[in-house]
Ligand binder design. Sequence first.
Ligand SMILES: [Zn+2]
Length: 349
Amino acid sequence: MNDSLHDFIRGLPKAELHLHIEGSLEPELMFALAQRNGVTLPYASVEEVRAAYAFSDLQSFLDLYYAGAAVLQTEQDFYELTMAYARLAMADNVRHVELFFDPQTHTVRGIAIDTVFSGIARALRQARAEYGLSSRMILCFLRHLSEDEAFATLDAALPLRAKYADLWIGVGLDSGEVGNPPEKFERVFARVRELGLHVVAHAGEEGPPAYVSAALDVLKVERIDHGVRAEEDAALMQYLAQSQIPLTVCPLSNLKLRVVKALGDHNLARLLRAGLCVTVNSDDPAYFGGYMNSNFIAIADALQLSREELVQLARNSFNAAFVPMSQKLIWFDELDAYQATAAAADESR
Ligand SMILES: [Zn+2]
């Protein structure tokens, strides 16, 4: 595909709505933190870690992901992790990120939940002040754990709500999908909604379209994370198109975890052309081979997306963000101006 389309993608203003901060832990930082904290990793070198990134499915990835997360111990560790991501996001022209974090991955190891919040929030506030990167935090429950454990995590987080009111705006559901249907978390999500927090959930990645329907009907989520298997249910597709419930799709993740055999088989273009509010995201970029622009470029090449479709994907990402409409309008204007400038440059060529 042509270089000019790649340049167009690099300069495109965009929002990332599906990013697990623990999944942005690059092997180099993993080793540096392991050494600083005296953690022994089951790998001898950065190269060995990268070689282990040949996943067969979601679970094989999760095993490595939880091993890597063990190096994250202090507030400074979470700060450095988040700052590293923020710099890469800025380089990719990401204007806004809604970052997922998994407190249960850390509290189970004896890390205080405020340590997790504090390190992430310090980096996000600094990135906002220094680079103008807009951000929010979404606390995720691990779905392989029980609903009681989700309630305990919510109870532990709530006293921190005022302290992080500028950032923590929602709750999500992640980790091993199959066998852990949305219904398992019906009561805790009801409580979260009562508290006025936004709700999202992973569904229809490896799990069936029924999980997408249940996330909508039972958990009453405002966005679906992944959702690519919704295509198997025509009525659900119709509902998603009509309601404009956004899908946060992650192309390189789907390839790496074998949700699709090749990116050319990915249904992102079909979902977009069916009128769904589709967005492009990086999921766990350190593990899946790329951040935002890598995802955009790979899927644009594989599916021959047009410039108009790429702009639509970016517009969808701003539209799907949990921010006031006044802020969305600023980003829409920026997007229009970017598109107009690119078109004018074409004509003068
Ligand atoms: Zn995810």
